[in-house]
Design a protein around this ligand. Structure first.
Ligand code: SAM
Ligand code: SF4
Length: 345
C-alpha cells in the first residue's frame, strides 16, 4: 500500500484536455525531479554549479500531485528527467506511485532520460514498474573523451547501464549532442554501435541554455551538415516513426536502425509542440526556449485544492508561446538563462 493508493478526487473526474491558445493539445509532460547530477557535461553545466537548497525542491509527493493533475487533464506521456533523475533519493518510489496511471490506462507511457551511470542498479525495477523505454545520453565511445566531456564520468558504467536496461527488456535510445570539435568525426561509429545493440539513436543540436564556460558557437554543429555527411556513405530513408517528442527519424539501410534528428536551431519544431516541462521547483515552462514560467509550487504550498491547481495549469497552458527563436551567435547571451539541467531535457 503506498500513500497514493487512494486516488485524489481529481483523478476520477473526466476533464476537458489541455489545449493552448494556438490549438495545440498538450499531452506530454517532462518532469525534472532534481537539478543535481553526478556528471558535469561541458555543454550542459558549468564546472562549479550552485545547486538548489532542498526546501526549494518539490517533495516526491508534490511532484506526484502535480504530475497526476496533468494526467487527469489528458497527459498521456510522462518523462522523468533532471539533472540526473536517478541520483534523486527515493525516485523509484515516485516511479512506483506514478505507475498507477499506467495500470489505470490513464497514461500511455512513463519514461526516463538518464545519463546511465546508475541504470545498472535500477533497470530491472524500472521495467517491473512499467517503464518500457529509456533514453540514455552518451556523446562518445571513447572513455578518455567521455571523461573530458562529462568532467570525470566513467564510460564503462554507462555502457553497463545500457546493457542492464536491454537485459531487463527495456528499449534504449541513445542521445548524443553533436559537438563540432568533440564528437563530430565519431558520430557514424556511435550510430553504428547503437544500432548493433538494437538501440535507436538521436542526435541533438546544442542549445543556448544557461551560462557555461565555453562559447557555444565553438561547439555548435548543424545537423543539416551531419546528415549530409552521413548521406555520403549511408542510405537514409525517411520514415514516419514518431515517439511523441520533437525528433524526426530516418532509417539507415546499411545498419537497419533508426536515427532521429532534434534540430531546434536549424529547423524548429514549435508548430507541432505538444509538451510542457515542470522543473524540480514546481515551475512550469510551456516552452523550452522562452522565459515564460508559472509557479505551481506556490499554488500548492499556498494550500490550493485540486480545482485550484487545475485552474493554475490551464492558465499557464493558455499562455503557451507560439514558439522559440533560438540563435547561436558568438558571445551572445544564452536564449534563456536557465540550464537544460534545470528545465529538464
Ligand atoms: N542527466 C540526464 C541525461 O543527461 O540524459 C537527463 C537530463 S539532461 C539535461 C537531458 C538531455 O539534455 C541530455 O541528452 C543532454 O545531452 C541534453 N542537453 C543538456 N544540455 C543541452 C544543451 N545545452 N543543448 C542540447 N542538449 C542539451
Ligand atoms: Fe548531467 Fe545530463 Fe546535464 Fe550531463 S546532460 S550534466 S548528465 S544533467
Amino acid at each position: 500500500m503506498t500513500p497514493y493508493d487512494a486516488a485524489p478526487p481529481q483523478e476520477a473526474r473526466v476533464q476537458p484536455p489541455l489545449i493552448d491558445g494556438f490549438g495545440r493539445t498538450v499531452s506530454y509532460l517532462r518532469v525534472s525531479v532534481t537539478d543535481r547530477c553526478d556528471l558535469r557535461c561541458v555543454y550542459c553545466m558549468s564546472e562549479h554549479m550552485t545547486f538548489l537548497p532542498k526546501a526549494e525542491v518539490l517533495t516526491l509527493e508534490e511532484l506526484d500531485r502535480i504530475a497526476s493533475a496533468f494526467v487527469a487533464l489528458g497527459t498521456r506521456k510522462l518523462r522523468i528527467t533532471g539533472g540526473e533523475p536517478l541520483v534523486r533519493k527515493g525516485v523509484m518510489g515516485l516511479f512506483e506511485n506514478l505507475s498507477r496511471h499506467l495500470k489505470s490506462g490513464a497514461l500511455d507511457e512513463l519514461t526516463l532520460t538518464t545519463n546511465g551511470t546508475r541504470l545498472e542498479e535500477f533497470a530491472a525495477d524500472l521495467a517491473r514498474l512499467g517503464v518500457r523505454r529509456v533514453n540514455v545520453s552518451m556523446d562518445t565511445l571513447d572513455p578518455a573523451k567521455f571523461r573530458v566531456l562529462t568532467r570525470g564520468g566513467q564510460l564503462p558504467k554507462v555502457i553497463a547501464g545500457i546493457d542492464a536496461a536491454l537485459a531487463a527488456g527495456l528499449s534504449v535510445k541513445i542521445n548524443a549532442v553533436a559537438l563540432k570539435d568533440d564528437n563530430a568525426g565519431e558520430l557514424p561509429d556511435l550510430i553504428a554501435w547503437a544500432h548493433a545493440r538494437g538501440c535507436d539513436m538521436t542526435l541533438i543540436e546544442a542549445m543556448p541554455l544557461g551560462e557555461i564556460e565555453v562559447d557555444r558557437t565553438d561547439q555548435f554543429l548543424s545537423l543539416k551538415d551531419v546528415r549530409r555527411g552521413l548521406e555520403s556513405f549511408w542510405t537514409l530513408s525517411e520514415i514516419a516513426h514518431r515517439t511523441g517528442g520533437p525528433a524526426r527519424y530516418v532509417r539507415i539501410e546499411e545498419t537497419g536502425g533508426r536515427l532521429g534528428f532534434i534540430t531546434p536551431l536549424s529547423h524548429n519544431f514549435c508548430e507541432s509542440c505538444n509538451r510542457v516541462r515542470l522543473t524540480c521547483t514546481g515551475t512550469l515552462h510551456t516552452c523550452l526556449g522562452r522565459e515564460d514560467a508559472s509557479d505551481l509550487r506556490a499554488v500548492i504550498r499556498d494550500g490550493a485544492d485540486d480545482a485550484g491547481l487545475v485552474d493554475a495549469i490551464r492558465l499557464a497552458i493558455d499562455a503557451k508561446p507560439q514558439g522559440h527563436d533560438f540563435q547561436i551567435a558568438r558571445a551572445a547571451a544564452p536564449a534563456v538563462a536557465r540550464h537544460m539541467s534545470t528545465t529538464g531535457g
